[in-house]
Design a binder for this molecule. Structure first.
Ligand code: AMP
Ligand code: MG
Length: 320
């Protein structure tokens, strides 16, 4: 009995010392993946293994979904799925199925076959320029999500030169997968940032929900116009200030309206979507940027989002 009391006292003292100093095991891992800086911070016992496993998971997803990695499934589809259907993994099939659902519901404002236009505009080039109207019309003719055929574990692209680009979805999908891996490691509290695709798991070090700042499109990096309190939610932002070039006094950015072939121009410069699925929030932030809030309001009930916030060209924000 006496030893039990001593043991309990020691245990209580140990707990109190851990609680009073407030230190919880923590691990941050960063990597350059999916064309952005990825950072994962996990809290609690086993945080190091969990954060490393999350980074490995994002690497795994990049290796499957990047159209630029020659061994990826998407690369294989883009180069071989025109003449005959290409056998695809169950994971690629389910991601494409969900992405096509968003293409359909947004009436093609989000379009996973956008790659010919992305390649033509080549925003990431050192000296990008505005393509000719003919070149835009030609690339646009290869963009049409309705021609992606999924059947029996195969993918077929129904037009010559058609190619998939999941740049508006992969970071969100990867965030959701990494969150699952972290949970499987028994970790409840973590914060993941995949180049602006944030997932806030559980609570912050203070025991309160995470406070996530929304980047001020007109400000310096890290300057926020609004903060959101999140717990087990993702916040994804699409902004025209992220990747752009100027020509003839106009701004040309990386979010393209598939119907015009030019940059989306619905008067918005930033759209943030908050929801449980980072995958869905990622696709919708791009879609809302293209279609505008007014049109999106009419189809909003099809989605599982908590809210979204737009910033217009005059730097005014609005929450929906
Ligand atoms: P995000 O930054 O998430 O809005 O995604 C932008 C990226 O998605 C671009 O860099 C393109 O790779 C791709 N993208 C651009 N326009 C569209 C569009 N209308 N539908 C789907 N993906 C797009
Ligand atoms: Mg997106």
């Amino acid at each position: 009995m006496k030893t039990k009391i001593v043991a309990l006292t020691v245990l209580t003292a140990l707990c109190m010392s851990l609680c009073s100093c407030g230190k919880v095991e923590k691990s941050t891992q960063t990597a350059l993946l999916l064309d952005t800086i990825v950072s994962v911070t996990c809290y609690g016992e086993g945080s190091d293994e969990a954060a490393n496993a999350a980074i490995d998971e994002i690497k795994r997803i990049e290796a499957i979904f990047s159209p630029y990695i020659e061994t990826s499934e998407i690369y294989n589809i883009n180069h071989n799925a025109h003449s005959a259907p290409v056998k695809s993994s169950a994971e690629v099939m389910s991601v494409l199925k969900e992405a096509l659902r968003i293409c359909a519901l947004t009436d093609g404002a989000f379009d996973i076959t956008i790659k010919p236009l992305v390649d033509l505009w080549n925003i990431k080039a050192e000296n990008p320029s505005v393509p000719s109207p003919d070149a835009i019309a030609e690339a646009k003719s290869k963009v049409d999500w309705t021609k992606v055929e999924l059947s029996d574990g195969t993918v077929r692209l129904g037009a010559e030169g058609m190619m998939l680009d999941l740049g508006g979805a992969a970071k969100g999908y990867a965030a959701d997968c990494a969150v699952k891996v972290i949970r499987d490691h028994g970790i409840k509290d973590a914060i993941l940032d995949l180049g602006g695709n944030v997932y806030a798991m559980g609570s912050s070090e203070k025991g309160t929900p995470w406070r996530i700042g929304l980047q001020d499109p007109g400000g310096q990096r890290g300057e926020y116009f609004k903060a959101e309190e999140l717990s087990d939610l993702s916040c994804v932002t699409s902004g025209s200030y992220e990747r752009y070039f100027e020509s003839g006094g106009r701004i040309y950015h990386h979010i393209i309206n598939p119907k015009t072939g030019y940059c989306a121009d619905e008067g918005l410069i930033s759209v943030s979507v908050i929801g449980k699925s980072s995958f869905e929030a990622d696709m919708l932030s791009t879609a809302i940027f293209v279609m505008g809030a007014e049109k999106f309001e009419k189809i909003k009930d099809n989605f599982d989002i908590v809210k979204y916030i737009t910033v217009d060209k005059t730097n005014n924000w609005k929450e929906y």
